[in-house]
Design a protein around this ligand. Structure first.
Ligand code: ADP
Ligand code: ADP
Length: 228
């Protein structure tokens, strides 16, 4: 669980107009925040600055009160869930979820790996599918495997970059339900980028609207809906 504070964040690529321009956001512990805006408005750049894939030009990034601007991505305790799930087709569900634990700098005991993977799988209702390969799973199950990978790392927060944008409308609807369900269970701080209005209005506790790098609004979906 983590509290994420963005204070006057700026990202400049070269001399042009900043891609992210003086954005401040307070994300409370356990909150689900949707970042929405037209293509090119700086959503991806903002997310990448939080994860550490992009340098911060100006401003402060605080995670649980600690300045994080210069921390290496792997030391930030965050987990990014990608658009295409990035699962390994030749590995079982168990091995896909266990993967980050086997990659780490310090070796994790096999019994510990088993315990963590089974715990995550049970939480995500994947317990029966641990020996399957990704090709034999539904889209929703694959998304849950990707979440499982984030969970076993004890991530403080999840970051999603347009996770549903490649799916057809029907599957997108199912996945929205899946993601809401997981969020209610896990209550992990989440920052979720989309340009889909329905996702923005149904998934999050709060919606941050970006336009040309500038934060236009930061409010609950209800408050946005009721605005004139
Ligand atoms: P969004 O995710 O909202 O579509 P991006 O964060 O991808 O927006 O892009 C914001 C702006 O920054 C755009 O004008 C884009 O062209 C520019 N931009 C993004 N990445 C780079 C980069 N690596 N180098 C230069 N400009 C970039
Ligand atoms: P996304 O939907 O992820 O924002 P983009 O096509 O905007 O996809 O960007 C894909 C990659 O290209 C990203 O890594 C982004 O940082 C980079 N990029 C985007 N715009 C520019 C740009 N104007 N110059 C250089 N790199 C860019």
């Amino acid at each position: 669980m983590a509290e994420i504070k963005l204070q006057n964040l700026v990202k400049k690529y070269g001399d042009g107009f900043p891609a992210v321009n003086d954005v401040s956001l307070d994300i409370a512990d356990g909150e689900f925040v949707i970042l929405v805006g037209p293509s090119g408005s700086g959503k991806s750049t903002l997310l990448r600055m939080v994860v550490g894939l992009e340098d911060i030009s100006e401003g402060e990034l605080l995670i649980d009160g600690e300045r994080t601007n210069e921390k290496a991505p792997r030391d930030r305790g965050l987990a990014m869930v990608f658009q295409n799930y990035a699962l390994y087709p030749h590995l079982t569900v168990f091995e896909n979820i266990a993967f980050p634990l086997r990659l780490g700098k310090k070796k994790v005991a096999e019994s510990e790996i088993k315990r963590k993977v089974e715990e995550a799988a049970s939480l995500l209702e994947l317990g029966e599918h641990l020996q399957r390969k990704p090709a034999n799973l539904s889209g929703g199950q694959r998304q849950r495997v990707a979440m499982g990978r984030a969970i076993v790392r004890d991530a403080k927060a999840f970051l999603f970059d347009e996770p549903l944008s490649n799916l057809d409308a029907k599957l997108r609807g199912q996945m929205r339900t899946e993601i809401s369900r997981m969020q209610r269970r896990l209550a992990t701080t989440t920052l979720y980028v989309t340009h889909d209005q329905t996702e923005a209005m149904t998934l999050g506790d709060k919606v941050a609207v970006l336009k040309r790098g500038v934060l236009q609004q930061y409010a609950s979906p209800q408050e946005l809906y009721e605005q004139p």
